[in-house]
Design a protein. Structure first.
Length: 105
């Protein structure tokens, strides 16, 4: 019996076909193509192997989300510290009286 997938020419009607993925992606995620250093990929793949299961792409996504959240928290803390220290700095610096410039005579 001949394998139909091996036939170079088959009678397939694509007139009602649509482009795109057969299965829709979950909302909130976007499929992209990026270039990542081999050392980074090897690190995450080895981390998954050590764990015994999982997906290195999910692990990379989790690491990126943790970085974003950490930066957000750090920025918020810095802003609060600046706001709290601003009145103390203003009180600590007395206004300097301007001295007249020395005259050249």
């Amino acid at each position: 019996m001949k394998n139909p997938a091996a036939d170079p020419v088959r009678d397939i009607d694509f007139s009602k076909a649509t482009r795109g993925a057969i299965l829709k992606m979950k909302p909130g995620k976007t499929k992209i193509s990026i270039r990542i250093d081999n050392t980074v990929i090897e690190y995450f793949r080895s981390a998954v192997e050590k764990a015994g299961s999982g997906n290195y792409q999910t692990l990379m996504n989790d690491a990126l989300l943790a970085f974003i959240q950490q930066r957000t928290v750090l920025d918020a803390v810095r802003q609060v510290v600046r706001e709290e220290l601003a009145p103390a700095r203003a009180k600590a610096r007395p206004a300097r009286a301007r001295q007249p410039a020395a005259s050249i005579a």
